[in-house]
Design a protein around this ligand. Structure first.
Ligand code: ZN
Length: 868
């Protein structure tokens, strides 16, 4: 009896979610439905009419039920807004008692039978330029109109009634009624098309967030080549020239990528075709719908002359979305708490493919250098803050899933997969991945399933490793102490780990310690430990090094700091290190010293300005210039910039024309734009605009022109307004209108800021990508007095932004509004808001995460305010 009671108690709580479901999709509802439903199929029909804001459709949903003790709950969140349903039948009987509650349709158990069931209904849903998952885009250049879907993480239920959770996979059969002359793309090839109706084949079992379609007067390019997998690109007719230039390279990369992943995952491409659809103003870089990846048009069709890093960025994006077809689409996380599984793997596999395929001529070592630069600083930057989360994130309701996206998932998770491949060995890692994919194909899995597959493949116990790195938040700070004896040999070398959160957590660490010598010789010893202190016995008796670095080749994860002696040696010798990965890591360690207020920004800037003209590695130059620009504009006061005689700006202006490689010249040009404050630097920018000065190989394109004018406006240049007015006349394209709006946000005047801020919060006719594009101009550096009045208003608007905007918007919003500040007053304003407003935990974490950098700026400025 007692035992029975325990068992039945949670069942009673759970079943409640089928009777009175909460808003969103709670994990309880999801568990109940996953147990209740099987063999789900959707037959969906949508009618897309030109310029309409309401879209009509019908759905036939079939599934089997194990029993009929509980109601069946469909999600249709648009019902609480503009959505409507009608003509509901269940198993061919009209139903009039469908209940609407919190964005759900509750259908009484008595209408159903054990086994096969069928629901039919008609529905109406909305479409608009922003704020909806059915998005309408009007190309003002040629008047053409496009409609596309974006359902991740749980917005399919804003567009049609469904079971909107990743582990109720279903087969979809879509039919679209479209205006004459439109084409459409979805997850499967179209089977039948007459003048107005397009019928698509039935999909494999996929999650609702991976179902998608796009329609409009698209142009297409077949790039199947000699492969058996059909592949097409879809793009706007107005972009055909740019598409013809750029698509061939992307198509070749895609074909090579398919071969690489089929081999690595040991599983053929999982869907019947692979299309890539280029959409203007798409909210993310890309979205991996099964068989039909949607990509932001600008991320594929370059709008400024690309540097090597831009081409690699594009390759990463294309390979990331492609890898998702296996990791995410074929095997899907059970719930969004395991979001890291798909995103971590996609980023890790993108680098894996870049290294194997030698994309852009990159050697494998440089591919992993790029991985380091693109992942570690960002991951460490957040993982040391009080806003950090574990990789596995508790998500009680899918309405909070948006908050799970960020550097922990995109940067830390792939970093740890890299670490895991070092811990178990590369071959066993691949065997583990293959076992995992094989076992869960067309189904769902959790992180523990991956750990089990890795344990089986490697024969190693990984529970302790996985618990510490996946379920615990934060990271270790690793310091080193070493001493040599009179004979010049190492006497002791000791590693210490401490918790950056001061929570006394310890991590299992496996790393390589680099011993570097004056003649360029390098020695490495492996250290593996879980204790707070670890004596590296293998180092004892080796010749005394010039410096020690404790994460050689980037296999460890954590803040690996240089000791004082090594810092001085590295400042002098970092440019002499031949290996670009190690050079990048040593600069990274120095940068951590600056961020910890242990090394002055002047020492870092001086060393960087001296090293940069000699540096040849384009990727490293790009990242070092970003750090220089950040330190120069954020860590130094205006007076200190003056005392430096604007040397960084001067160096950029010089190298921008003199550097040997085009990619490097591009990086210097962009860095100059990022930090131009002095009169001479602004003059250089104006000369570029006027064509009085040129950069060999770099054409100043419309987007470059707008960005230069934004800088001039922000810095109150006397000619800025005249140049803006001229540019508005010159660029009358659709994109020109958008860029003019984005650029003018940089105006250093209170009335502009007031007008834009009002638009941000209340003007529904401004598209989300316009707003997102303008946030950093609004918060230009040096304008903190003008923008600080909006800081607490921006914080107060967070719940609204989280609810109405797409996934990454809140981060961009916070980065801009908090990132535009540097004063102790601004910091205390944020702290007061945190105390008094008591935001939802996920928003509180995001604010804490972003405020960490403001705390550092305040601390660094205070520590070195009288220094130069
Ligand atoms: Zn992804």
């Amino acid at each position: 009896m007692f035992r029975l009671l325990i068992l039945s108690l949670p069942m009673m709580v759970f079943a409640q979610e089928l009777v009175q479901p909460q808003a969103g999709v709670s994990r309880e509802l999801a568990r109940l439905r996953a147990a209740q439903l099987a063999d789900v199929r959707y037959g969906l029909q949508f009618t897309l009419a030109p310029k309409t804001e309401a879209i009509k459709g019908s759905a036939r949903i079939t599934f089997t039920l194990k029993d009929v003790q509980q109601p069946v709950v469909l999600d249709f969140r648009d019902l609480d807004g503009e959505g409507r349903i009608g003509n509901v039948t269940i198993n061919a009987q009209a139903v009039s008692d469908a209940q609407q509650l919190n964005g759900h349709i509750i259908l009484a158990a008595r209408h159903f039978k054990t086994g096969a069931n069928e629901i039919k209904l008609e529905f109406t849903t909305g479409a608009s330029a922003a704020g909806r998952p059915l998005i309408r885009y009007l190309d003002k250049d040629d008047g053409s109109e496009f409609v596309y879907t974006l359902f991740v993480p749980m917005d399919a239920s804003m567009a049609f009634p469904c079971f909107d959770q990743p582990d109720v996979k279903a087969r979809f059969q879509l039919s679209l009624t479209v205006p004459n002359g439109w084409k459409a793309v979805s997850n499967t090839p179209s089977m039948k098309q007459d003048a107005q109706t397009i019928q698509f084949g039935e999909t494999q079992p996929i999650s609702t967030y991976l179902f998608a379609f796009a329609a409009g007067p698209f142009q297409t390019l077949d790039v199947t080549g000699n492969q058996s997998l059909p592949m097409q690109f879809y793009f706007r007719p107005s972009q055909r020239t740019r598409a013809a230039q750029e698509i061939p390279a992307v198509a070749e990369l895609t074909r090579d990528g398919v071969k690489h992943f089929e081999q690595f995952f040991g599983h053929r491409f999982p869907f019947s075709k692979y299309d890539q659809v280029l959409l203007p103003g798409f909210a993310y870089g890309g979205m991996e719908h099964a068989g039909a990846t949607f990509l932001r048009e600008d991320a594929i069709l370059f709008r400024t002359t690309p540097a090597q890093s831009d081409k690699l960025g594009r390759a990463s994006l294309v390979l990331h979305e492609l890898a998702h077809q296996w990791f995410g689409d074929l095997v899907t996380m059970r719930w969004f708490d395991d979001l890291w599984l798909k995103e971590g793997f996609a980023n890790y596999m993108a680098t894996h493919a870049i290294a194997a395929l030698k994309v852009e001529g990159l050697e494998a070592r440089s591919a992993w250098q790029r991985f380091y630069l693109g992942h570690k600083p960002l991951a460490y930057g957040i993982d040391g803050t009080r806003g950090t989360t574990p990789i596995w994130q508790d998500i009680p309701n899918l309405k909070d899933a948006k908050s799970a996206y960020g550097a922990i998932v995109y940067q830390k998770a792939p970093s740890l997969l890299h670490t895991l491949s070092f811990v178990v060995g590369e071959e066993k890692f691949q065997a583990g991945v293959q076992g995992f994919v094989q076992r869960h194909a067309y189904a769902n899995a959790e992180w523990s399933d991956l750990v089990r597959a890795m344990e089986e493949a490697s024969g190693q116990k990984l529970t302790v490793w996985a618990d510490a790195w996946i379920k615990q938040r934060g990271m270790p700070e690793v310091t080193v102490e070493w001493a040599c004896d009179a004979k010049g040999l190492i006497e002791t070398l000791r590693l210490k780990q401490s918790d950056t959160q001061r929570a006394k957590q310890l991590w299992p660490i496996k790393t390589q310690v680099l011993l570097a010598y004056a003649d360029g010789f390098e020695d490495r010893v492996t250290a593996e430990f879980v204790t707070a202190t670890h004596e590296v016995k293998a180092a004892k008796g080796k010749p005394c090094p010039t410096y020690v670095f404790t994460n050689a080749d980037d296999y460890g994860y954590g803040r690996f700091l240089l000791d004082g002696h090594s810092t001085l040696a590295v400042l002098k010798r970092v440019s002499l290190t031949r290996d670009p990965l190690m050079r990048a890591m040593l600069w990274g360690a120095l940068w951590e010293g600056v961020r910890n207020a242990q090394l002055t920004p002047f020492a870092f800037l001086n060393a960087a300005l001296e090293a940069l003209p000699q540096e040849q590695d384009e990727l490293l130059i790009g990242s070092l210039l970003n750090q220089v620009a950040h330190a120069y504009t954020r860590y130094l006061t205006p007076r200190q910039r003056e005392m430096m005689a604007y040397r960084p700006e001067e160096l950029c202006a010089k190298q921008m024309t003199e550097a040997e490689s085009l990619g490097v010249r591009i990086h210097y040009f962009r860095a100059l734009r990022a930090m131009a404050a002095s009169e001479p630097a602004r003059q250089v920018l104006k000369d570029l605009l006027a064509g009085k000065r040129t950069i060999a190989g770099l054409e100043i394109k419309p987007l470059d022109r707008w960005r230069i004018i934004a800088v001039l406006l922000a810095q109150k240049d006397a000619e800025a307004e005249t140049l803006l007015a001229a540019e508005i006349k010159r660029d009358t394209t659709d994109d020109g209108r958008k860029q003019a709006w984005i650029t003018a946000a940089a105006r250093a005047e209170a009335v502009t800021k007031a007008r834009y801020f009002n638009d941000y919060l209340t003007n529904k006719s401004v598209a989300e990508d316009w707003i997102e594009g303008s946030l950093s101009n609004f918060n230009s550096f040096g304008q903190s007095e003008l923008t600080q009045p909006y800081l607490s208003k921006a914080l107060a608007a967070l719940p609204q932004q989280k609810r109405d905007r797409k996934i990454f918007f809140v981060l961009a919003w916070l980065n801009a509004f908090i990132g535009g500040q540097h004063s102790p007053q601004a910091l205390s304003e944020v702290q007061r808001w945190l105390r008094e407003a008591k935001p939802e935990p996920d928003l509180e974490r995001k604010v804490l995460e972003i405020t960490d950098e403001l705390e550092r700026i305040v601390k660094i400025r205070k520590a070195f305010e009288n220094r130069r």
